[in-house]
Design a protein around this ligand. Structure first.
Ligand code: G3I
Length: 372
């Protein structure tokens, strides 16, 4: 008996049924990374539990859906470089191995950031000492993974909302030249990695202008910069596609790639019109600010799906300019937005729910490709 001949009609029927029934995840032959294969990379941020492959269902989902990874926390200087002369590479090594073994695009996040700094950096008061820290940090961390890291977020969140430079310890002690120093150190430590400037709200005009200045200055001084990361911490209620489109165009006109590096869409009320990801912003817990504690209403689920579809339509329109779209987390349970800017809320910002099942938003993003 020819197995192929007898089973093929049955398998095709099953496939067609699965597609037309808006198939459940386990039966779906499609995945984000496969349908967007010709367009851009599709990434996710990994926590320690993912890197250590603790949950088989999550592990299968990550490998099936994503072809790019970013470490959500473990490469931040506070964790990887806890004291002056000691580094903690254990999980970071495993992270890089995970990407390598699964043939994924591996992102390093992040080399220079004012937040999550090791305690000893807080005590530094002289430019020389800070320069030594920054130099040793970049040489050691970027150097260790040279040749294995596909890209680095070299400098993270250097800007204020009005486009001026943030008065971080780096700016205060080293002056604005610290950005160029960081990019040059990274380029030397890992000549093959693509180097990115990464920030939130840089799709908004004033802050975008600041990012453009940073990039132009780097380019004018001969530094290597390959791309800009628009983080993409947005809300279903205030998604501004015009700003996003103008930014994609403006940044790519500088001759660099645009990546969406930390995408998520909050569905929760934001009465203070808080936008972005300044981790210092915190507010009190109140029941009315946590309206979907038990479940997300269908209407909001649909709005989330529509917003994601709008966004991916725009990304597809500019696919030639976009290198990667990375979600900031694997599933809703894992999202940092359950704890920010108010602790202990139940948010639903990603494409996979708390049971690691695909949401309507997942199907909407997939459908943009398969309905054509
Ligand atoms: O690991 C400790 C744990 O031992 C301790 O018990 C617990 C008590 O609060 O804290 C744990 O650390 C937390 C860490 O996440 C790991 O879960 C930190 O408090 C918490 O501040 C940290 O938040 C991270 C935040 O960056 C600050 O580093 C979020 O997970 C992470 O999603 C977020 O990611 C940033 C990007 O790196 C840059 N862009 C903005 C984005 C969102 O803020």
């Amino acid at each position: 008996m020819n197995y192929y001949k007898t089973t093929k009609p049955f398998l095709s029927t099953l496939l067609l049924c699965a597609l037309s029934l808006n198939t459940s995840f386990s039966q779906s032959p499609k995945s984000l990374k496969s349908v967007y294969q010709e367009d851009f990379l599709i990434g996710t941020a990994l926590g320690v539990e993912h890197i250590l492959e603790k949950n088989e269902k999550a592990n299968l989902l990550i490998k099936r859906e994503f072809n790019a990874i970013t470490p959500e926390n473990i490469m931040k200087s506070q964790l990887i470089h806890p004291s002056e002369k000691s580094y903690n590479f254990e999980i970071a090594d495993k992270y890089v191995d995970y990407g390598y073994k699964n043939k994924m695009y591996v992102v390093g996040h992040t080399l220079v950031w004012h937040s999550q700094l090791p305690a000893f950096v807080g005590k530094i008061k002289s430019p020389d000492s800070l320069r030594i820290f920054m130099t040793e940090h970049i040489n050691t961390v970027a150097g260790r993974y040279a040749g294995k890291m596909n890209s680095w977020d070299v400098v993270n969140e250097a800007l204020n909302e009005d486009g001026t430079l943030r008065k971080s310890v780096f700016l205060n002690l080293l002056g604005e030249g610290y950005i160029k120093e960081a990019f040059d150190l990274a380029a030397k430590a890992d000549p093959k990695a693509a180097l990115y400037y990464n920030d939130y709200n840089i799709e908004q005009p004033a802050k975008r202008k600041g990012a453009i200045e940073i990039i132009k200055k780097l380019q004018a001084s001969g530094s290597k910069i390959d791309g800009v990361g628009i983080q993409g911490h947005w809300s279903i209620n205030s998604l501004n596609l015009k700003d996003i489109e103008e930014s994609i165009i403006a940044f790519s006109q500088l001759g660099i790639k645009v990546a969406f590096t930390e995408l998520d869409l909050t569905v929760l009320p934001n009465p203070w019109d808080l936008r972005g990801a300044d981790v210092n912003q915190r507010f009190a817990e109140k029941p009315e600010l946590n309206p979907y504690k038990d479940a997300l209403p269908d209407s909001v689920q649909t709005t989330l799906a529509n917003r994601y579809a709008d966004l991916f339509k725009l990304f597809l329109k500019h696919r030639d300019k976009i290198s990667r779209v990375t979600f900031w987390g694997v599933d809703d349970r894992h999202s940092w937005l359950n704890g920010f800017p108010i602790r202990n809320r139940t948010n639903y910002p990603l494409l996979f729910d708390r049971e690691l099942e695909p949401k309507k938003a997942y199907q909407a993003v997939i459908n943009l490709k398969i309905s054509k």
